[in-house]
Design a protein around this ligand. Structure first.
Ligand code: SF4
Length: 338
């Protein structure tokens, strides 16, 4: 039995919404306001169950492929990005498109295009089948080889070992990716690095906060969905850095009472696609069980914001919004759904 006095929560900061997710979610909300329901979204706008079901209730229809969207409708591309062929399909179907791809994913697309045009072999570190990887690889399929992790390095072949560069998915484990890069460099000593970090600031900062907390945690609860790459990585990072246990939950009611048996310190964090109200639900659940002492653990400050896609900005202005209102439209103080 854990003494009440020893029960506490370490609450990670930063956690939750990143700039790319906020922009993508607000893009769907503003599209619904401007054009009315339904608005079609190709794939989940961000990988979070709550966000998707909330937007569905407002009239968003999520589809897997562009050809499911009725001719002439509006379709939004998700934060994870799409391959050029998807833009072409949408054009052929006469769809109005709004691209909510995170600018930090677009940056990786541009790197892929540039290195491919210089005839490099590009080793893309990432998870097979993840939408972001499919989109990035689609920019230069002839030049890109997927590397799933350190254990797949042995099988990697290139045309010219002097002309190789590595790029990566934005939401990977920083440590595991560095290990993959180390092994790739052993094999291809002249391999170039990306011009700047591909693993984004939000992924890095959320992992950093978990690394600070994990050694003190008997249990880490990560709020996030199972298909959210950066959320799943947070559980792995917690376990690798000393948390005695770690679980991913979409909602507080998925927490099992037995997880708290003998637990003094609970770490709480959330993935980059998670609204803060879901974290509050977890904190309330813990407080009801004696974990009322909540201590923030801040690993980094974040202030990045992205402006909304051009199509939305243009139509908001046409609807009478000032530049300032258009700018402010994207952002809430607590990252909750609007
Ligand atoms: S996790 Fe990173 S890359 Fe993905 S949407 Fe957020 S900021 Fe962009």
């Amino acid at each position: 039995m854990t003494d009440q006095a020893t029960k506490r929560v370490l609450l990670a900061a930063p956690r939750g919404y990143c700039a790319g997710v906020d922009r993508a979610v607000v893009t769907v909300e503003k599209a619904l306001d401007l054009y009315g329901a339904p608005v079609y979204v190709r794939k989940e706008i961000v990988h979070n169950k709550h966000v998707v079901t909330t937007l569905e209730k407002r009239g968003a229809i999520f589809v897997e492929e562009t050809d499911e969207v009725p001719e002439g409708s509006t379709v939004i591309f998700s934060a994870h990005g799409v391959a050029p062929v998807v833009h072409e399909e949408a054009k052929a179907l006469g769809l109005k498109t709004i691209d909510a791809t995170c600018p930090l994913v677009t940056k990786v697309h541009r790197e892929a295009v540039r290195f491919a045009s210089d005839d490099f072999d590009i080793l893309l570190i990432g998870h097979e089948g993840h939408e972001e990887v499919v989109g990035t690889a689609g920019e230069a399929p002839e030049h890109i080889t997927l590397v799933e992790g350190p254990d797949s390095v042995d099988g990697v072949e290139v045309r010219d070992p002097d002309k190789v560069v590595w790029l990566s998915q934005t939401t990977l484990s920083v440590d595991e990716t560095m290990e993959t890069v180390r092994r790739l460099r052993q094999k291809f000593p002249l391999m170039q690095d990306p011009p700047s970090d591909d693993i984004c600031y939000a992924t890095q900062n959320r992992q950093l906060a978990v690394k600070h907390m994990a050694p003190d945690c008997d249990l880490m609860i990560v709020v996030g969905s199972r298909n959210s790459s950066n959320s799943v990585r947070l559980v792995e990072v917690a376990l690798e850095h000393g948390s005695k246990a770690g679980y991913l939950v979409d909602y507080a009611d998925e927490i099992e009472e037995s997880w708290l048996d003998g637990v003094g310190t609970v770490g709480v964090t959330s993935g980059a696609s998670v609204p803060e109200l879901l974290v509050r639900g977890v904190l309330d659940y813990l407080a009801e069980r004696g974990y009322e002492d909540v201590r923030p653990v801040r690993a980094a400050e974040e202030s990045l914001v992205f402006s909304l896609p051009n199509e939305i900005r243009r139509d908001l202005k046409a609807a009478g919004m000032s530049d300032k209102m258009v700018h402010d439209a994207g952002f809430t103080e607590d990252g909750s759904l609007h």
